[in-house]
Structures are given as C-alpha cells and as structure tokens.
Write a protein that binds this ligand. Structure first.
Ligand SMILES: Nc1ncnc2c1ncn2[C@@H]1O[C@H](COP(=O)(O)OP(=O)(O)OP(=O)(O)O)[C@@H](O)[C@H]1O
Length: 229
C-alpha cells in the first residue's frame, strides 16, 4: 500500500542545510499496525508527515497503491490526504467551542456530505469508540481518554485507508493509555484499519505488530514484534 524508496528530506535553516531523513526505504501493507520509535529529533514526525501526505517536499519515491505520488502536485496531495488518512494527535486537537458530534462530523462536512448522512455516521463512529452518549457535550466536559476517543472517531469517520497516530497516549495516564491502545487494536483487527503510530513508550509500541526504530534520520531496525490474534 505504502512504499517509500530512497526518501531523503532536508531542511534549510540560517544558510545551512540539514539532512533529516536519509535514504528511507519502507513498505507498509494494508492492515498492518506499525509502531515507530526513536529519540527526540530522530525524524519520526518528519517521516509520518511525508507518509500522511502532509509534506510533499522530499526527494525520492513514494508509491501509494503503486501510484508515483512523488510526482503529484500539492493540490493532489491534499485530496489524497482528505480521502485516505485519519490523524490522531497527542493533544487531541478538538475544537473547544464545537460539540463532540460537530467535531467528529468535520471531515465529512469538509468533504461536502449531506447533513442527514453525517448525523448517522457520527453516531456510528462514536459508538465504535465506546462513547455513545456524548454527542452534545463539549470537549472540555470529557476526560483526556474520552477526548482521545473523540479524536479517533473523527479520524475514522471518513473511512480512511490508514490512520497516523503521533504519540496518541502521550498525554494520558497508563490505565487510560491501555484502553486507548485496546481501541486501536480492535480497529486494526476488526476493521483491518492500517495504523502507523509514533510513540516514546515501549509498552505502547508493543501493542503493534511491527516496530520500526529510527536514529539520526535512518531506519536502524524493522522487526515483527507481536502475533496477530
Ligand atoms: N520545519 C523545520 N525546519 C527546520 N528543521 C526542522 C523542522 N522540523 C523539524 N526539524 C528538525 O528535523 C529534525 C527531526 O525532527 P522531527 O520532529 O521529525 O523529530 P522527532 O523524531 O519527531 O522528534 P520528537 O520525538 O521530539 O517529536 C530535528 O532536528 C528538528 O529540529
């Protein structure tokens, strides 16, 4: 599904050029649950920004379902992103003055779907993340774990081909982290949703089935770590 070939990424700063990703070769199949670990500054966010079609400024090949998307325009990139990827962040990124239902509906409203259809899909997405009775609440009335469930509902509502989760448990206590990881695992196993997750926490990473380790912009290890149920 995702294939990176010799991907390199540079940043220019103050007249100097920094080489951030170095010859990244990586293939991710549909249905995989991949964890990415590495020290701060290793290049994890830079990598997932490329994988998630947020950054089109890189060198090398990116083949998505065999399409050479490194040749695409910026506009093609935003279309690909909107239609294929769901994002989950450490700090949830919910809009405070919108209700839970309105937050979850946003990707569908951006995609121009009819309100009646949207309402039904919002209820389904909230039920899927275990929050059936919170639609009319505001984010600040929910716990951190519940807010992360809302952000996962928002990420899955448009039925993306894959999810990118950047430190999804970074702001949660260990019990809540476990519950959120159980939810990711269920989405992966029941719906075959591909998940690509960055984490600093080895216990969290171990919930995936493959662990990629990055150091100084290079993949230094890529191994199977669990057996799928
Ligand atoms: N927009 C930018 N301009 C210049 N340098 C950048 C930019 N974004 C990131 N960098 C640099 O690229 C390197 C990799 O950053 P990146 O955010 O990908 O690391 P990371 O592994 O995700 O780290 P962390 O775990 O701290 O989030 C760092 O040295 C960072 O300073």
């Amino acid at each position: 599904m995702i294939k990176l070939e010799k991907v390199n990424k540079y940043y220019q700063q103050g007249g100097s050029q920094y080489h951030i990703l170095k010859d990244i070769n990586l293939t991710i199949d549909q249905g995989e649950f991949v964890s990415i670990m590495g020290q701060s500054g290793a290049g994890k966010s830079t990598l997932i920004n490329i994988i998630g079609f947020l950054d089109d400024q890189f060198e090398g090949g990116y083949y998505y379902f065999d399409h050479p998307i490194h040749d695409y325009t910026r506009r093609d990139f935003s279309k690909l992103r909107n239609e294929n990827v769901g994002f989950v962040f450490q700090n949830f990124k919910l809009i405070k003055n919108l209700t839970i239902a309105e937050n979850v509906a946003l990707p569908l409203l951006y995609a121009g779907q009819k309100r009646k259809m949207v309402k039904e899909k919002v209820s389904q997405a909230l039920a899927a993340v275990g929050l059936p009775n919170s639609a009319q609440k505001k984010p600040t009335n929910l716990s951190g774990g519940q807010q992360q469930r809302v952000s996962i509902a928002r990420a899955i509502i448009a039925q993306p081909k894959f999810l990118i989760a950047d430190e999804p448990t970074g702001a949660l206590d260990s019990q809540t982290s476990k519950e959120i990881m159980a939810l990711f695992k269920r989405l992966n196993q029941q719906n075959n949703t591909t998940i690509i997750m960055v984490t600093h926490d080895r216990k969290v990473a171990d919930q995936g089935e493959r662990l990629i380790q990055i150091l100084d912009g290079k993949i230094i290890a890529d191994e199977k770590i669990g057996v799928k149920a």
